[in-house]
Design a protein. Structure first.
Lengths: 264, 248
């Protein structure tokens, strides 16, 4: 098992974001982590990737504990975040290069690999431009290119294809699928495009209000709810009510960022 | 090592690309030198203090280093806000290296800023007594810069958002600056003020710059060096501990 999670809980003051979840992910598996807004998907990923400390529970990632063995755990995964993690004041190429250095990509391979991925997301021609001049979709593509630069044992993708057109999304999933097959890379992703999960995931976990309400292959979930597509199964399992996302620290910062005027 | 270098380079590039910021941040020191240097010059001379501009310039250099350095440390808050912090936090390299790279970059920028102020001051009449000693000045400038970048980093590591920012400027940076002897000689101060000034690490930085630029020192260069070094070690420990605990 490449990921093991046991009785994981995360509380923010009186709000329980992740409420006692347990699961395992097999080596080489593609796993979709689905749920409505505020279900606790991102919080779970943050705990798995060492950026947030669990309130209680146990996690093993690539055999390491992300709380006590942070550095070792960080060596085993790569991640594409839900929101921006690129530096707006650097060019696309510089962002890629910085990432390559941080992730220990061999010097001899860097240039080639960066070119390959920037071409893949069709940003090679714009490589010398500052990221702050990019549109939302371009930034997202850069974000993904950056995440695919090194080949970790586990790749986390938090709503990677949000806001991209179907062509680009297909293109990107094909690439990820290929990495999964060729390098036995485990993929753990969240998405609101349920059809993506249906198409690429080996197994699906459905989370709601911090708990896992169902898990199984897409076919199993469809059978279980007697629906003929995963999206209907998803709605069946999580209900029709529209959720509010709890504002956490990061949400607040994003808000403040938009108000502008703070940056020197 | 390459981690440190690449993050150092990032700071330098960001600085170089923000020309407006460079020019803008020179306005204040220039104003201080002109308004105070010339404004108080006559009174200072009559009181037997000598040339006030000469006395003031090292203080203003220290000031611009202080501001630039603390702000580059505090930039972690913006990195958090704009998301880049996450990139650094999950990277499979030690956070100590990341922090040191950033801080060395911030410190380098602050030293450059200080040097520009020195050059401007030469243009408006400041005279260095011994050019050879400017090499030592540079060492001290770097120490001040590194110290306060670490200081800014430590603070930014515990701040969750930009709300506390104004508080820091008014209640930490301004007092550090005004109570450092940048503007006034340390002799004959009221006891409480004198103790405060002596507890302020910037005082030793200002004193060292004054010592190496115009040959006037209150504490002695060795004391200045040891105090600054001690505080740097202290802050390096504190900042690396706090930075390693950041959550995103």
């Amino acid at each position: 098992m490449i990921i093991e999670v046991k009785n994981l809980i995360k509380k923010f003051k009186d709000f329980t974001a992740v409420d006692n979840i347990s699961f395992t992910v097999k080596d080489g598996e593609i796993l979709a982590f689905l749920g409505p807004n505020g279900a606790g998907k991102t919080t779970t990923i943050k705990m798995l990737t060492t950026v947030l400390k669990p309130t209680s529970g146990e996690i093993k990632i690539g055999g390491y504990n992300p709380v006590t063995q942070k550095d070792k755990a960080r060596h085993s995964f790569g991640i594409v975040f839900q929101d921006s993690s690129v530096d707006d004041d650097l060019t696309a190429y510089e962002n890629m290069y910085l990432h390559a250095v941080l992730y220990g990509l061999l010097r001899s391979k860097r240039a080639e690999k960066i070119q390959q991925l920037l071409e893949f997301v069709e940003l090679w021609d714009r490589r010398r431009e500052l990221v702050k001049t990019f549109s939302g979709g371009m930034k997202r593509r850069l974000e993904i290119a950056k995440g695919l630069l090194h080949h970790p044992k586990i790749l986390f993708l938090d709503e990677p294809t949000q806001g991209l057109d179907p062509q680009t999304r297909n293109h990107i999933w094909e690439y990820i699928k290929k990495m999964n097959v060729e390098e036995k890379m485990t993929v753990f992703f969240t998405t609101h495009y349920i059809e993506e999960a249906e198409k690429v995931a080996d197994r699906v976990f459905i989370v709601d209000q911090g708990q896992i309400v169902a898990m199984g292959t897409p076919d199993e979930l469809k059978q279980q709810t007697s629906k003929d597509n995963l999206e209907d199964a998803f709605i069946e399992l999580t209900g029709h009510i529209i959720r509010d996302e709890k504002a956490d620290g990061a949400g607040f910062m994003r808000q403040a960022g938009r108000m502008g005027g703070w940056r020197r | 090592m390459e981690t440190i270098y690449i993050l150092w380079l990032r700071q330098i590039k960001k600085y170089w690309r923000s020309k407006a910021r460079i020019v803008g941040s020179l306005g204040q020191p220039l104003l201080f030198m002109i308004a105070f240097g010339f404004g108080f010059g006559e009174i200072y001379k009559k009181a037997g203090g000598g040339n006030y501009l000469e006395f003031l310039v090292p203080g203003v250099i220290a000031m611009s280093i202080l501001f630039t350095a603390v702000f580059s440390g505090l930039e972690i808050i913006w990195d958090r806000q704009f998301g880049f912090l996450k990139e650094m936090l999950v990277a499979p390299v030690s956070r100590l290296q990341i922090m040191v790279g950033r801080c060395l970059g911030g410190a380098t920028v602050a030293v450059i800023q200080g040097l520009i102020v020195l050059i401007i001051s030469l243009a408006i009449g400041f005279r260095v007594t011994n050019w050879w000693l400017v090499i030592v000045t540079l060492v001290f400038m770097f120490m001040i810069a590194f110290l306060f970048t670490l200081f800014g980093t430590a603070i930014a590591s515990v701040l969750k958002d930009v709300q506390g920012f104004q508080l820091i400027v008014n209640f930490l940076i301004m007092p550090l600056f005004f109570l450092s002897g940048a503007f006034f000689p340390l002799t004959g101060l009221p006891r409480a003020l004198s103790i405060t000034v002596q507890a302020n690490p910037l005082s030793y930085g200002v004193d060292a710059l004054r010592g190496t630029l115009i040959g006037l020192t209150q504490f002695g260069l060795m004391t200045d060096f040891l105090v600054l070094l001690g505080v740097i070690i202290l802050l390096l420990t504190a900042a690396s501990y706090l930075f390693s605990r950041i959550e995103a």
